[in-house]
Design a protein. Structure first.
Length: 342
């Protein structure tokens, strides 16, 4: 439930509504807006005496959020959320940042070279997994803490913000120490204890859509993070499993406008995992920007043929450079721009 105050409501009116919400056993969450304040009501709001609240001074209307998720809903917050990853790197506004890098951090040479190459091409954040959720327990599992240290080194060398995955609570604490943004992978989208944990860390979280998750499931997972008081949630479309084996996953481009209508949270597109095939990444990245994605996450490797994971979907640096140039043109056509690096 959301109590929308009238534009001329006084601070005392707002306090009064908050007191009444507390009196009824719920938690008020005042959200000052540019024109008016809205007050969210946290908890199972089926039992609220909303007609009394509606009659209080300064109350314009009481809105019952019909969706199963609350704080993630557009009804809850009209203005789009902008998550600031680092100074000048905002996701959810007019600017569209490009986050790029290898699937995994492999060696110091590899990650430093990748960081320089993607920065040169126009990326503003570096991706790279230190903790890797691999389908096989015998496949390369990532360098762990050492990988995080190498990412921090790459940040010192290039100034790029770091986005990297955490697979469990302990890993999330470590990632929070080293990175600007904690990635929750597709396989963990419904790991609710991990979601609650990153909700308490307060750092920006990039939440990837599970491979068999509906958009409703994705938004409910985001709600777990928001419910812990962390508003910095970035959603990510990375494709879903279907019967068709022509591509690794079915990249759901429609999810971008669907999510943007249902939620105020930003959504970035990952055409690398979305397609699994290098030659499909460029067209789908272009399409994602045209569809209104708030950011692009793309795998780029200095030598994709030697990559320890996801080489087949990793762009060569020269391909990535060309892609970013094309994205600039596409963004301009819809009155947006690709975030420039300093
Ligand atoms: C990744 O980003 O390398 C990754 C493992 O992604 P996903 O969770 O989408 O499979
Ligand atoms: Mn990958």
């Amino acid at each position: 439930m959301l109590v929308v105050m009238s534009p001329n409501a006084s601070a005392a009116d707002i306090d009064r509504v908050c007191e009444e919400i507390t009196r009824q056993g719920f938690k008020p969450l005042p959200m000052p807006g540019e024109v008016r304040t809205a007050i969210g009501l946290l908890g199972d709001d089926a039992k609220v005496d909303w007609s009394y609240i509606e009659g209080l001074p300064g109350v314009a209307s009481v809105l019952i959020v019909q969706k199963p998720y609350r704080q993630a809903a557009r009804e809850w917050k009209q203005e789009s959320t902008v998550v600031e990853l680092a100074p000048g790197v905002r996701i959810g506004g007019r600017e569209v940042p490009v986050i790029a890098g290898p699937c995994s951090v492999e060696t110091e040479e590899q990650i430093l070279l990748a960081a320089r190459q993607v920065r040169e091409a126009g990326a503003v954040a570096l991706r790279g997994g230190a903790f890797k959720p691999r389908s096989s327990p015998y496949a390369f599992q990532g360098l762990g803490k050492q990988g995080l240290e190498l990412l921090a080194l790459a940040r010192r060398e290039t100034g790029l913000a770091i986005v990297t995955e955490a697979m469990d609570e302990r890993g999330a604490d470590l990632v929070a120490e080293y990175a600007e943004c904690i990635q929750i992978g597709a396989r963990n989208m419904q790991n609710y204890s991990l979601l609650r944990h990153v909700g308490r860390l307060g750092k920006p979280v990039l939440l990837k859509r599970g491979m068999a998750a509906t958009i409703n499931d994705l938004l409910l997972s985001a709600e777990y993070i928001l419910a812990e008081g962390n508003p910095n949630v970035i959603l990510c479309e990375r494709g879903v499993r279907t019967f068709d084996s022509a591509t690794r996953n079915l990249f759901d481009l429609t999810a971008i406008p669907v999510v943007q209508k249902l939620s105020h949270l930003p959504i970035v597109a990952d055409p690398s995992h979305g397609t699994g095939l290098r030659d499909k990444v460029t067209p789908m990245a272009r399409a994602a920007v045209a569809a209104g994605a708030d950011g692009i996450l793309v795998e780029v490797h200095p030598t994709p043929d030697k990559a320890l994971s996801d080489g087949a979907q990793s762009l060569y640096p020269a391909q990535f450079q060309e892609l970013v140039q094309q994205l600039r043109t596409i963004a301009a056509a819809i009155d947006r721009s690709i975030t420039a690096n300093a």
